[in-house]
Design a protein around this ligand. Structure first.
Ligand SMILES: Cc1cc2nc3c(=O)[nH]c(=O)nc-3n(C[C@H](O)[C@H](O)[C@H](O)COP(=O)(O)OP(=O)(O)OC[C@H]3O[C@@H](n4cnc5c(N)ncnc54)[C@H](O)[C@@H]3O)c2cc1C
Length: 474
């Protein structure tokens, strides 16, 4: 950890060029990463007149997985001023989620309008290259100073208080300068710069998963309102599952997720071969891809489920994947990135006004965020329990259809799902006792279900490659 005084002069000796600089005073906030989480918190701070610097190591547009939004993104997108941009976009409209059993049998679609008839019940399947560019452009329009191709090398600390960042231009790799900030916000995604550095990152031992994914052209879509539905399809033995996400340009995003031991370690072949084998094991998917052709490499990622023990400290905060990532199953990633950015901004704004940037004050959003994430987590664990099906559970407990839709559409913050989860846990217990499997760990709380990886594991985008050898970023 860097130990130098906040008043130390920046060591950078490069000419100013187009690099950011402090000027007369520290930035109010420096944000590491220009994905949905970083753009959200930056924009909300800039809207209130704060001087915000956002540093993004990539040059946009860039490929990114995570294409399916869920309806509760609506509220944050509205605050950001993004709704009109999305209404005018060419992104596919999404109204529902539908699940397919290992035998290829479809559940009734879960239509979001069952709860709410308003525009909020419709969302979008996006190309992340374009969506993230729109978010960054929107942040700039609202006053955020955003730089691309600039990597944060480290967060600067004075004791345990963050006071700035050391940055580097990515193109020439030369050391540039240190910048001072009242607060440093880590929105670096699965790189999780700060939680790795501080040893706060906890892998979820129940979710040691891998994912393989690609784009296809000419995949079969359902007609009408179902055209843009996300499909979640089990493979025959329920060893893995697929997502099927219709995108613009007649493309569809197809991806499979399963335990690393099954999808990676247990296989001899290359990713394309494994991916194709899994497709053939998924009766719900095969007919949809019969006339389709793959138009991208097969990307591979693994070990992406973790959470940080702390969400904030003295002078620093975590948002989005830098704080934690669960599982792709319910498309919760962008929603949680947006909501954590929003909750963190609403915590930070009064703290900046009071000039109180202590850990206690900045951590206030953590509980609400983690409780919300836990609702998704419990439904993820249920889905990974062999024999689980929404149809069968709802047949026995039809009263839980609305709470399940609430979770699927992302309305998880400040909600009480205890009745749903009590019945779900009991039902899984009955079901798996018959099969000789115990769901106890899977349904346990996140506190029980995490293991210390001490920040040693390499970030997924460093260890994973697509089949053409190109590093794949989550
Ligand atoms: C297999 C898979 C499928 C998924 N599918 C979905 C889905 O369908 N729907 C959904 O909502 N979510 C999905 N997700 C999750 C989603 O991709 C993420 O949750 C979301 O992108 C998180 O946003 P973020 O802003 O926190 O991070 P990111 O979008 O990862 O943005 C972080 C940014 O920080 C930058 N950065 C990193 N390090 C530095 C540094 N040192 N200096 C400067 N910049 C830096 C990166 O370049 C990146 O642009 C999926 C995830 C996986 C793994």
């Amino acid at each position: 950890m860097q130990q130098s005084s906040p008043s130390a002069p920046p060591p950078g000796d490069l000419p100013d060029g187009d690099l950011p600089q402090n000027g007369d005073a520290p930035y109010d906030a420096v944000v590491i990463g220009g994905g949905p989480a970083g753009c959200t918190i930056s924009t909300l701070l800039a809207q209130q007149g704060h001087r915000v610097l956002l540093l993004e190591r990539e040059v946009f547009p860039r490929f990114k997985v995570g294409e399916s939004l869920i309806p509760a993104t609506y509220d944050t997108l509205r605050r950001l001023g993004m709704l009109e941009v999305l209404r005018q976009s060419r992104f596919t409209e999404k109204h529902s989620v539908q699940f397919y059993s290992g035998r290829g049998r479809a559940s009734d679609p879960f239509y979001f309008r069952e709860i709410d008839e308003s525009e909020r019940s419709q969302t979008w399947q996006v190309l992340r290259s374009e969506f993230d560019q729109m978010m960054l452009d929107n942040a700039r329009r609202q006053g955020v100073e955003a730089f691309e191709g600039i990597q944060v090398r480290e967060v600067l600390f004075d004791g345990d208080r963050a006071y700035g960042v050391r940055l580097q231009r990515v193109d020439d790799g030369r050391e540039s300068r240190d910048l001072l900030a009242k607060v440093v916000i880590d929105a670096s995604g699965q790189r999780a710069l700060l939680s790795r550095k501080l040893g706060l990152r906890r892998q979820d031992p129940c979710l040691r998963m891998a994912a393989m994914f690609a784009h296809y052209e000419d995949g079969l879509r359902d007609p009408g309102i179902d055209e843009g539905a996300t499909l979640i399809l089990h493979t025959e033995e329920q060893n893995s599952w697929f997502w099927y996400i219709p995108l613009p340009d007649n493309r569809v995003s197809v991806g499979t997720v399963g335990p690393i031991d099954y999808l990676i370690k247990g296989r001899q072949g290359n990713p394309e071969a494994t991916f194709e084998e899994e497709i053939q094991r998924c009766p719900g998917l095969v007919p949809r891809l019969q006339r389709a052709s793959r138009c991208s490499p097969v990307h591979v990622l693994n070990d992406f489920s973790y959470v940080s023990e702390q969400v904030a400290g003295n002078g620093w905060m975590l948002v989005g994947d830098a704080c934690g990532f669960l599982d792709p199953m319910y498309s919760s990633g962008v929603l949680l990135a947006l909501r954590s950015g929003e909750l963190a901004a609403d915590t930070l704004l009064p703290a900046l006004a009071d000039d109180d940037l202590t850990a206690d004050r900045l951590s206030a959003y953590g509980e609400r965020f983690k409780n919300g994430m836990d609702a998704f987590r419990r439904l993820v664990y249920a889905f990974y329990t062999k024999g689980f099906s929404f149809g069968r559970f709802l047949h026995k407990h039809p009263q839980h259809r609305i709470p399940i839709i609430l979770i699927l559409q992302g309305d998880v913050i400040d909600q009480d799902f205890s009745s749903l989860f009590e019945d779900l846990q009991a039902w899984l217990g009955e079901m798996t006792t018959a099969d000789g499997e115990s769901p106890a760990t899977a349904m346990g709380s996140v506190k029980d279900a995490t293991a210390d990886d001490s920040g040693r594991a390499a970030p997924p985008d460093e260890v994973s490659t697509s089949s053409d050898g190109v590093p794949a970023s989550p």
